[in-house]
Write a protein that binds this ligand. Structure first.
Ligand code: SF4
Ligand code: SF4
Length: 309
């Protein structure tokens, strides 16, 4: 049976995805030039993997040689919820309140691609969530899912920016969406709100100044120049997304069972400082927080404590 856009849309919705878009598998010239400039400024900080596989990022046919299309999918992860404001607790970025999205999205993409393959055995695909050599934001923009906000997250007109992105690279041809235009306009709310001035120009984040990077991927000590600027974020940071008018207007509660089960919105700082590896594993093994390792989480907790002293 021939797989059409309509079939993919129907099956993707049935699988639980909120947004779907189709792009032709073309070489990403402009986006690769922007990536290379970002890398040349060392804005990727310690994320050396960002500088690897640039050729694959530029051309998905280096991943799947007969690729014709990229199907982008989006999953809403927004959970309503306020922080307590209690200084004994560190704040966790909204994406990490529930189950690790890699597990959630991998499972869903596996389900969706299996269904498509069962409709036509000639359907070939490779899928990624975040960790592969694929420019997920570029494909999301090209597929009409959303535009790149000035804070460098994808914003959708339907759900704001609280979405996880995935891509299916396939040998199948589809009809393609128009790229999503930029609706940031003259707004500068995210640039104005960032406490560390990490958004160094519109659409460009210097990771070495970003609380999200400093508390998650960063393997080193957090530089003292950021003391007093962390606003109690212990894992990630949502400030630039929280202030975005598109999120204020369009955020909608996720319906995904693994994501709406909130377990780690705030972490007690002293509890983290006294935690051992066994406790860490048992509390965070299904959570994105596990990626920071206990050592990283303790470093963050110490930094927040130092902030207060
Ligand atoms: S995540 Fe936080 S630190 Fe990073 S750019 Fe956004 S507001 Fe700034
Ligand atoms: S806060 Fe304003 S400038 Fe920043 S991403 Fe949102 S709409 Fe764009």
């Amino acid at each position: 049976m021939k797989i059409t856009n309509g079939i993919v849309l129907e099956l993707a919705k049935e699988t639980g995805f909120d947004l779907v878009g189709f792009s032709k598998a073309e070489i990403l010239e402009k986006e690769t030039a922007q990536l290379e400039e970002w890398l040349s400024n060392n804005y990727h900080a310690g994320m050396s993997y960002m500088a690897r596989n640039v050729e694959k990022r530029k051309d998905v046919r280096k991943i799947l040689s007969n690729a014709e299309s990229v199907i982008s999918v989006g999953l809403n992860y927004y959970n309503k919820g306020e922080f307590s404001g209690d200084g004994n607790y560190g704040k966790v970025s909204r994406y990490a309140w529930g189950k690790d999205y890699h597990f959630v999205m991998w499972e869903m993409l596996e389900e969706l691609t299996s269904k498509l393959k069962s409709m036509d055995e000639n359907f070939e695909s490779v899928y990624y969530v975040d960790t592969g050599p694929v420019m997920d934001k570029a494909w999301a923009q090209r597929s009409g899912i959303g535009w790149l906000g000035k804070h460098s997250n994808i914003i959708t007109r339907q759900l704001g920016s609280w979405i996880f992105l995935g891509e299916i690279i396939t040998n199948y041809k589809f009809s393609y969406n128009e790229p999503q235009p930029d609706f940031c306009g003259t707004c500068t709310a995210c640039l104005d709100a960032c406490p560390t001035n990490a958004i160094v120009e519109n659409y460009v984040v210097d990771s070495s100044k970003c609380i999200s990077y400093l508390t998650i991927e960063n393997k080193d000590e957090i530089p003292n120049e950021f003391l007093g600027k962390f606003e109690n974020w212990i894992f990630g940071c949502d400030i630039c997304q929280d202030v975005c008018p598109w999120n204020k207007k369009f955020s909608r509660q996720t319906g995904h069972p693994g994501l709406k089960n909130i377990k780690n919105k705030e972490l007690k700082i002293d509890e983290i400082l006294n935690m051992n590896n066994k406790e860490f594993k048992s509390k965070f093994k299904d959570s994105p927080i596990y990626r920071a390792k206990l050592k990283g989480l303790k470093r963050n907790a110490e930094f927040i404590k130092k902030n207060d002293s």
